[in-house]
Design a protein around this ligand. Structure first.
Ligand code: COA
Length: 360
């Protein structure tokens, strides 16, 4: 079922011409000029922060980044073969259990502040590495990138990564955000709603697409390999990850911003630009064959790759950023709450007679 309006929202808008805005500000403008923290505040509070509001918000995030030790133990108890998204989902439940008695507003800020710490550490745990503590002297992007890669990124890398986090912050009623609103409508807490959001995001038709796109680009390896690869997979009826969107049918504006970021990042890092050429040729060939555009996940993936982030962290990174949108939708739902309880169309059998098991 699609195309049915189930809520009113003032958080983000995808206009009929395919342009995206957060709280009325064009994504392109925010992408070029704003910080992640400013955009997060905007999405949560409905207006851009003044200096004092921003400073308070930032220091509030910094002071809440650390995760209770028992949550690390919970994460480490899971099999080392676990998917990081499964560890993340469990960890958010763990934080929720530990913070059940906090006031609701506190819970929301705590969750948003802790998500990067949880994301970095669930990705470290599957690599057999010890948990790492967050820093409290750098912004969200630098902190997360540092924890994920174990090295101090340069300022351009931080800026590039921050741009991707801004693109992932919020996107109207996508599958995970809708899931969050359904759970919110039952008056469950923000951890329960976000755990459900993480579960929905994991799937390859949603957040899981960025990791699948990267693995595809690496498998193809060269621009010449793109067209034959697509023809083969499409002839088998396979979906190509990182392409297509329920709303964007000609261009995903976030993908184009991300593509530009990839070009600039690869130029900054030096190298032969092969990754960019593979991605661009895949995009061109997919358009030629199917008239299906690349989406954000397709171009965010090689940006993360160029930043030396392990592939299994891409979907968790999406979750860390999108948690801001989830929390904002959680509150918007509660502000005018009505329990979601849609109807279905019954297509089953009628008026059958029960027969005892021995007689069937
Ligand atoms: N690869 C191959 N074919 C695709 C495709 C893709 N990535 N995306 C859509 N199509 C095909 C559909 O199979 C359908 O074909 P059909 O008419 O022969 O059955 C046709 O294009 C129209 O699809 P549509 O109904 O408009 O798309 P949708 O709204 O059902 O699907 C997605 C949207 C996102 C679920 C879909 O594009 C997809 O699965 N993409 C890959 C996963 C992905 O990148 N997800 C992240 C989204 S941000």
């Amino acid at each position: 079922m699609y195309g049915v309006a189930v809520a009113e929202t003032a958080i983000s808008r995808i206009a009929a011409d395919g342009s995206l805005s957060y709280r009325g500000y064009a994504i392109k403008d925010l992408f070029e000029r704003a910080s992640f923290e400013e955009c997060a505040f905007l999405i949560l509070e409905g207006h851009l922060p003044n200096r004092e509001e921003l400073d308070t918000f930032v220091s509030g995030l910094h002071s809440r980044r650390k995760v209770p030790k028992n949550v690390y133990r919970l994460m480490e108890e899971l099999p080392p073969t676990s998917d990081p998204m499964d560890i993340l989902r469990t960890a958010v439940s763990g934080v929720g259990a530990a913070e059940a008695l906090l006031p609701a507003k506190e819970q929301e800020y705590s969750l948003i502040a802790k998500m990067p710490t949880l994301v970095a550490n669930c990705c470290r745990i599957v690599r057999g590495m010890d948990a790492v503590e967050p820093r409290d002297d750098v912004n969200e992007a630098e902190n997360l990138l540092h924890m994920l890669t174990g090295r101090r990124p340069d300022s351009f890398e931080v800026w590039a990564f921050e741009r991707e986090l801004i693109l992932y912050l919020e996107h109207d009623l996508n599958a995970s955000t809708f899931t969050v609103r359904v759970v919110a409508s039952t008056l469950a807490d923000v951890y329960a709603a976000s755990t459900a959001g993480i579960a929905a995001l994991k799937g390859p038709l949603h957040g899981g697409a960025n990791e699948a796109s990267m693995r595809m680009m690496l498998e193809i390896g060269s621009p010449e390999g793109a067209m034959p690869y697509l023809k083969e997979k499409l002839s088998q009826g396979r979906k190509i990850m990182g392409f297509g969107h329920r709303i964007y049918k000609t261009v995903d504006p976030r993908a184009q911003l991300s593509k530009d970021m990839l070009k600039r990042l690869l130029a900054h890092k030096g190298g032969d630009g092969r990754l960019y050429r593979v991605a661009e040729e895949l995009e061109r060939a997919m358009w030629e064959l199917k008239r299906i555009p690349a989406n954000l996940d397709f171009y965010a993936a090689p940006v993360f790759y160029a930043l030396s982030i392990p592939i299994e962290a891409y979907t968790p990174i999406f979750a860390a950023s999108r948690s801001v949108g989830w929390v904002s939708h959680f509150n918007e739902q509660l502000a005018a709450n009505k329990l979601f309880r849609p109807d279905s169309i019954y297509v089953g059998q009628h008026e059958l007679t029960y027969v005892p098991v021995e007689q069937r």
